[in-house]
Design a protein around this ligand. Structure first.
Ligand code: NAD
Length: 469
C-alpha cells in the first residue's frame, strides 16, 4: 500500500501545509541501486579521545572518499588536516561538487571517562549540521570494561548519545553505534552502515566482538566483492511473498543459489520466484515434525545461509484468545525455528562459516496489545539467538543473529486499520514505514562471509521506532 503522505510531503505545497500543521516530515530515503553512487559525498573520519583502532585501511577499502580529522586538527582550527584521501582510486565526488560529508565515522573507542566523553561533543557538534540528507553517522565504541566503572559509564553514555541524536537529526539521516575491538573484523558492518543498504536501520547498537572461529573469514579476499555469496546456498522460509521474497532476491543478487521455501498453497508464487532467481522452490510447512529432515534431504551438499522468515499473526487480546490461536503462532514463529535449527545443526547440513538469521519483531521487544502470542514468539527468537550464538559459533562455526523489523510495508501491515497503520508508519525517527528490501539488505549483511564477528545480535530494522528500548 503506497505511503501517500510521504508523496504529499515530497511536494512544495504539501511540505508547506504539513509543516504549518506541525505534522511529521518524512524524507524520501536514499536506497541502494547499482546505478547510483554509494554515498553522495565523502566520509569524515573523526576521533574522540586517544584511539588505538587502525581504521584508515578499513575505510579505504570501502571505496569511498575519506577525510580524516584528528582532535588536534580541530583544536588548531584546521578543518581539513589529514587531507582528503582518495581510497583505492575509486573516489566519488559529492553530486553537487561540495565537500559536504555524506557520512561521519566517529572513533570513540578511546573514551574512558566523562572528561574524554567531551571529545564526542567536540568532534560532532561543529559538523552535524553539514551532514548531507540521508547521511550516515556511525559512532565506534569499545566493549564495556567490567573492571572499570568510569570506562563503562562513558562507553554506555555513547548509547544514549547515539539514540538521542538519531531521534533529532532528521532528513533521512541515520545514527548507529558499533562496539568493536578490531577494525578489520567490523569491515562488513561499516560497509553496510555507511551505505544506502542500511536506509531504515537507525538508533542501533551492534557488537562486533565475536572472536576465534570467525576470524579466518573476516578479511578473506572475495573473488567478486559485488557477489559475496557466490558459491553459497541460502534457504529462506516464507519466501513466496513479502519480506521473504525480498530476502531471496537480495541474497540471489549477492550471488547465492537460493531455495525458496513456502507452504504448498503458495507453490505457484514460490516456483515463479525461484525460476526468476535461478534457484529452486521447496513447498513445505515449517511446522511439520520432519521439516528439518526434509530440508536436509533437499540439500545433500549442505547449506550456508538459513533465514527463518516464515511468520504469522493471529491477533486477539489474551482474554479472547483461544488456545489454538496461541499455539499456531508459537508453532510457526518459534517452535519450528527451534526444531529446524536443531535438526540442521545436528545433521551438519549447515556448513562451517554458515549463517543463521532469524526474524524477530519490535512487537517481541516492546510488546503490542492484541499480540501476546506473537510478542511471545518473537521475544522467544531473541532468547534463542542470544543463547545459541556462542555455542553455534564454537561448535559449528555458524553465526546466529536476528533481524527485528518494525513497520514494514507488506500485506501484513496493509491489513492494519487506517489510523493504526498511519500511527505505525510515523512513530519512528524516519517518520515512514520500511520496505521489505530494508530487512533483506540487513539479512544480506549478516549473511556475508565477512560478517563472522557479528554474532548473537538482534538488529532492529525499524527506522528507530519509538516502541521498545
Ligand atoms: P507475509 O505474511 O507477507 O509472508 C509470510 C510468508 O510466510 C508467506 O509467504 C506465508 O505463506 C509463509 N508462511 C507462513 N506460515 C508458514 C509455514 N508454516 N511454513 C512455511 N511458510 C509459511 O509476512 P511478512 O510481512 O513478509 O513477514 C515476514 C516475517 O517478518 C514474519 O516472520 C513476520 O512476523 C516478520 N515481521 C514482519 C513485519 C511487517 O511489518 N511486515 C514486522 C515485524 C516482523
Amino acid at each position: 500500500m503506497a505511503d501517500r503522505y510521504l508523496s504529499l510531503t515530497g511536494t512544495a505545497p504539501g511540505r508547506f501545509l504539513t509543516r504549518r500543521l506541525g505534522l511529521p516530515q518524512p524524507a524520501a530515503l536514499h536506497r541502494w541501486s547499482p546505478d547510483r553512487p554509494a554515498l553522495y559525498g565523502p566520509v569524515l573520519h573523526l576521533t574522540a579521545g586517544p584511539s588505538a583502532l587502525d581504521l584508515a585501511p578499513v575505510l579505504a577499502r570501502t571505496g569511498l572518499t575519506v577525510t580524516t580529522r584528528r582532535p588536534e586538527d580541530a583544536a588548531a582550527g584546521d578543518p581539513g588536516a589529514g587531507g582528503t584521501r582518495p581510497a583505492d582510486g575509486a573516489t566519488r565526488p559529492a553530486a553537487d561538487g561540495s565537500a559536504r560529508p555524506a557520512a561521519v565515522v566517529l572513533d570513540a573507542t578511546g573514551v574512558r571517562d566523562v572528561d574524554t566523553l567531551a571529545g564526542v561533543h567536540a568532534a560532532l557538534h561543529p559538523v552535524v549540521r553539514s551532514v548531507a540528507p540521508s547521511g550516515r553517522i556511525v559512532v565506534l565504541g569499545a566493549p564495556l570494561d567490567p573492571a572499570d566503572h568510569h570506562q563503562s559509564a562513558a562507553q554506555q553514555a555513547l548509547e544514549g548519545f547515539t539514540r538521542s541524536l538519531g531521534k533529532e537529526i532528521g532528513g533521512g539521516r541515520t545514527v548507529n553505534l558499533v562496539r568493536l575491538t578490531d577494525a578489520g573484523a567490523a569491515a562488513s558492518t561499516l560497509r553496510f552502515l555507511l551505505s544506502p543498504r542500511s536506509a531504515y536501520v537507525s538508533g542501533q547498537v551492534i557488537d562486533v566482538l565475536a572472536a576465534a572461529g570467525s576470524a579466518a573469514q573476516v578479511d578473506a579476499p572475495q573473488a567478486d566483492p559485488g557477489r559475496p555469496l557466490a558459491g553459497r546456498t541460502a534457504l529462506v522460509t516464507g519466501a513466496a511473498r513479502g519480506i521473504g521474497a525480498a530476502v531471496a532476491e537480495t541474497l540471489a543478487r549477492d550471488g547465492a543459489r537460493v531455495v525458496v521455501l513456502d507452504v504448498p498453497q503458495a507453490e505457484q508464487d514460490a516456483r515463479s520466484l525461484a525460476g526468476r532467481l535461478g534457484g529452486t522452490a521447496l513447498t513445505l510447512d515449517v511446522t511439520a515434525a520432519d521439516a528439518g529432515e526434509r530440508i536436509a534431504a533437499e540439500l545433500p551438499d549442505g547449506l550456508d545461509v538459513l533465514v527463518h522468515n516464515a511468520g504469522v499473526t493471529r491477533d486477539r487480546r489474551l482474554v479472547n484468545m483461544p488456545a489454538e490461536r496461541w499455539s499456531s503462532v508459537l508453532d510457526v514463529n518459534l517452535a519450528s525455528v527451534l526444531r529446524t535449527t536443531d535438526a540442521l545443526l545436528a545433521k551438519g547440513t549447515l556448513r562451517p562459516g554458515g549463517r543463521i538469521v532469524a526474524t524477530a519483531s519490535i512487537a517481541g521487544l516492546a510488546g503490542n496489545a492484541g499480540q501476546t502470542n506473537y510478542g511471545a514468539s518473537k521475544a522467544g527468537i531473541v532468547g534463542l539467538v542470544r543463547s545459541l550464538a556462542p555455542r553455534a559459533l564454537a561448535e559449528h562455526g555458524v553465526t546466529v543473529n536476528a533481524v527485528a523489523p518494525g513497520f514494514i510495508e507488506t500485506r501484513m501491515t496493509a491489513a492494519i486499520p487506517l489510523f493504526l497503520r498511519e500511527a505505525g508508519r510515523r512513530m519512528n525517527s524516519l517518520a515512514q514505514g520500511g520496505l521489505p528490501v530494508d530487512v533483506a539488505e540487513t539479512t544480506a549483511w549478516l549473511a556475508d562471509p565477512a560478517s563472522g564477528a557479528v554474532n548473537g545480535q538482534v538488529v532492529r530494522v525499524c527506522g528507530q521506532s519509538l516502541l521498545g528500548a
